[in-house]
Design a protein around this ligand. Structure first.
Ligand code: NAD
Length: 526
């Protein structure tokens, strides 16, 4: 592992909205931001300190909404719903305009994202570009009525109607991308939104709200920030008809419980303990890089990161050596410094958790092949760590570490590896690595999770494919037409004959072609 220290990678952020000084030594990030409620700026009733994880020092104060302010935001969203749901063309145009505005502000947004989240600037840029891609994709997706009967006996048609106000709650690992994964389909379907970013990373989302004020009709898109209880109020709010949540499984349970009284529609994108199985015929030299970045990208802080590797004994030594070499070569430092590949962990909780899980594994006999602990410098930096000599039953194998520490577990029998891979309560994603595509595909089909890839990890993360977890990893899916439909409810119309203004031919399948241009699918990896 190489570490870097300081030196800004360029001048201050540009763009009309740029203001504030950002974290010490960082590029200028947006630090004085307001909430967006009813199309206007709203200062917080209180404040929320935002920490630069590269220094562990506060560098900004974000607004914190109180209950009255949340009520105002929800009422604004409710008030905007009727007009917004009526004009499909206006909604498409608005999503495209929103993508253009965010793309134009990309440098400033990326700088702010790096300052609050810690990720390397190039990845912050890719995240913003990915959010724009999602907006453009949904602008192009059709929600056509489906005609199931149109004959002499009568006419039957199904439309997908919006639900109303969507409460969208996002985590801190990909704050903008995961927020926009909710906002884009919700708005496209005709709903209005109140979005709450994580208290760890509120700034870039607040900036998105500010930038979109002139683009979207007042009240259609609202952003409120504040500590965790604000999320609980939002999830339980009587005006929310749909809650779209991404975060920890424990929080997801609370969100689901809060939906019960009003029978709110809920989707939950939750935690994982994603396995990678390396088959005996895999070539470690060829797969190591894909496997390494499948685990360590964003410092392992992405929901579908490889969290445990099961490798056949025949390939174990070679694979550990190759992964350790990559860990040793990774450049760790503040995200705004040129060439940095891994920034700090995003918050002190995560930093302590990874440190604790690595210590626990070593205590239970793990061998450290690379890294092994925190870096001796300010901020939440942890060495990229590869552990071997661990088994199921040790916490770092059994739990979601969500950080730069990867346990490698040896197996002798593929059936046993499959059983162990499936032997958790989670089921988000998985991957199988092999030189034999057919064998790998057959093994992949036996894994119980929402997405599984062969010789890649997370390659199914695209706007046009459904993403969601099995078992404790989630409820429902996001993305593609499946995600769009989840922001609607079907309504059946039956008439004795086709009404003049209604379609008479069965529709084509909803369009789900990714838009031309933009960043490549998979560029964001929540
Ligand atoms: P978290 O659950 O602590 O917080 C997520 C959001 O929920 C934050 O905005 C938070 O303020 C809010 N919140 C907290 N308490 C709430 C409550 N009672 N009701 C409603 N909202 C509440 O999660 P986190 O630490 O921000 O994110 C890390 C977790 O998210 C990891 O477990 C990770 O696997 C998961 N995650 C899952 C996906 C996915 O798509 N499956 C993607 C990214 C992250």
């Amino acid at each position: 592992m190489t570490t870097t220290t300081e030196s800004a990678a360029g001048g201050p952020g540009t763009g009309a909205a740029a203001r504030g000084t950002g974290a010490p030594g960082a590029l200028a990030a947006l630090t004085e931001l307001s909430m967006t409620v009813g199309g206007a700026a709203l200062a917080g009733a209180g404040g929320l300190e935002v920490i630069d994880p590269a220094t562990a020092e506060a560098f900004a104060t974000a607004p914190a909404a109180d209950r009255d302010q949340l009520d105002t935001a929800m009422a604004a969203a409710q008030g905007a719903f009727d007009a917004w749901r009526r004009d499909d063309d206006a909604r498409r145009a608005a999503l495209l305009a929103a993508a253009d505005v965010l793309a134009a502000a990309l440098p400033t947004l990326a700088t702010t994202l790096t300052a609050e989240q810690g990720k390397p600037l190039a990845e912050a840029r890719a995240e913003i570009a990915g959010a724009c891609l999602w907006l453009r994709y949904y602008a192009g997706v059709e929600l056509r009525p489906e005609v199931v009967q149109d004959d002499s006996r009568g006419y039957a048609r199904i439309t997908r109607n919006p639900l109303g106000v969507v409460a969208a709650i996002a985590p801190w690992n990909f704050p903008v991308a995961l927020g926009l994964w909710k906002v884009a389909p919700a708005l496209r379907a005709g709903n209005t939104v109140v979005l709450k970013p994580s208290p760890d990373t509120p700034l870039t989302t607040l900036a998105v709200g500010e930038l979109l004020r002139p683009v979207l009709p007042a009240g259609v898109f609202n952003v409120v920030s504040g500590p965790d209880p604000l999320g609980a109020w939002l999830a339980a709010h009587p005006l929310a008809r749909r809650v779209s949540f991404t975060g920890a499984t424990a929080t997801g349970r609370k969100v689901l419980a809060a939906s019960v009284d009003d029978l709110k529609r809920v989707s939950l994108e939750l935690g994982g303990n994603d396995p990678a199985i390396v088959l005996p015929d895999a070539d470690p030299a060829r797969i190591a890089e894909g496997l390494f970045w499948g685990a360590f990208r964003n410092n392992g802080q992405f929901c579908l990161a490889v969290k445990r590797v099961y490798v056949h004994r025949r390939r174990h030594a070679e694979l550990v050596e190759a992964l350790a070499a990559l860990a040793g070569a990774a450049v760790v430092g503040p995200g705004h410094v040129d060439g940095v590949q891994l920034g700090p962990l995003t918050n002190v909780r995560q930093f302590r958790r990874v440190t604790e899980l690595v210590g626990d594994a070593v205590h239970h006999g793990a061998t450290v092949a690379a890294g092994g602990g925190p870096l001796d410098r300010p901020g939440y930096f942890h060495e990229p760590t590869v552990l071997t000599g661990v088994e199921d039953g040790v916490r770092i194998v059994d739990e979601e570490q969500f950080g730069p520490a990867l346990p490698i577990v040896v197996y002798d029998d593929v059936d046993d590896a499959v059983a162990r891979a499936n032997g958790t309560s989670f089921g988000l994603t998985a991957s199988v690595w092999s030189s034999d595509l057919d064998h790998a595909t057959a093994v992949a089909a036996r894994l119980d999770c929402g997405q599984v890839c062969v010789n890649a990890h997370g390659a199914g993360l695209r706007p046009d494919l459904p993403f969601g977890g099995h078992r404790w990893s989630g409820l429902g899916v996001e993305n593609g037409r499946w995600g769009l439909e989840s922001f609607t409810e079907p309504q059946v119309l039956v008439t004795p004959a086709r009404p003049a203004a209604n379609p008479g031919t069965p529709p084509a399948a909803p369009g789900d072609e990714p838009p031309a241009g933009g960043s490549a699918p998979g560029e964001t990896a929540p």
